[in-house]
Design a protein around this ligand. Structure first.
Ligand SMILES: Cc1cc2nc3c(=O)[nH]c(=O)nc-3n(C[C@H](O)[C@H](O)[C@H](O)COP(=O)(O)O)c2cc1C
Length: 195
């Protein structure tokens, strides 16, 4: 039976600043092969087979205009050592500045898309957009992951596809702060395994 309203809780203004959110770098290339990078935390998972993800780009972003035209991008997973680049790419627009040149990070070629992979990021996902949902301020891009490239140093062993989180050292967003992941507390499904 549903109880009355909680005396401990107050209603606050709804926000999309949930926590924790992943932080990734999206790379894209316009039709003149000018490269761009944008920091985002709106990465979501949408479907298992085929593997589909979503990203939400504000309609004013330079990257939004490129991805809408080319319908492809790469998701690059930065580690803690790339924090300064991550913050910079989230503060300046590619409309005014060549962010690859300014950062001296290395763009490398993928197998399926023209958009570059960032060599210094331990994991890169090549993605092709399947559908674009025009919302109010943002476009929601639903994209298929065509290929996943991963640094062998972050794999548990060369043959397994399991990732060592302590080697990947991903960044996460908690409200308006960058955080790192510190500790595993249990594997998923542990309650069933106990019985
Ligand atoms: C941690 C962080 C997360 C962000 N997440 C998003 C996002 O999900 N979508 C978005 O459109 N902008 C997001 N931004 C803002 C863009 O990164 C920023 O406006 C950037 O300068 C746009 O670059 P561009 O104009 O070259 O595309 C985020 C910024 C930061 C620092």
């Amino acid at each position: 039976m549903i109880k009355g309203k909680s005396p401990k809780k107050v209603a606050i203004t709804p926000t999309i600043n949930f926590y924790p959110l992943p932080i990734v770098l999206i790379t894209c290339t316009d039709i003149d092969y000018k490269l761009n990078i944008i920091t985002i935390s709106s990465l979501g998972i949408a479907n298992e087979d085929p593997p589909l993800i979503t990203i939400a780009l504000h309609k004013e972003r330079h990257s939004n205009k490129i991805v809408k035209k080319t319908m492809e991008f790469v998701v690059n997973i930065p580690n803690e050592s790339l924090l300064e680049h991550v913050d910079f790419f989230g503060m300046v627009s590619g409309e005014r500045i060549d962010k690859f040149e300014a950062s001296s990070l290395t763009p490398t070629m993928g197998d399926h898309v023209i958009a570059p992979l960032i060599e210094e990021c331990p994991c890169n996902l090549e993605c092709r957009v399947k559908s674009v949902l025009s919302l109010y301020s943002h476009n929601l891009f639903i994209a298929e992951i065509l290929a996943m490239h991963i640094d062998i140093q972050v794999l548990k062993n060369n043959s397994s596809k399991k990732i060592k989180m302590d080697a990947l050292k991903p960044l996460i967003r908690m409200f308006d702060e960058y955080w790192s992941i510190k500790k595993k507390i249990a594997p998923i499904g542990f309650t069933l395994r106990k019985t």
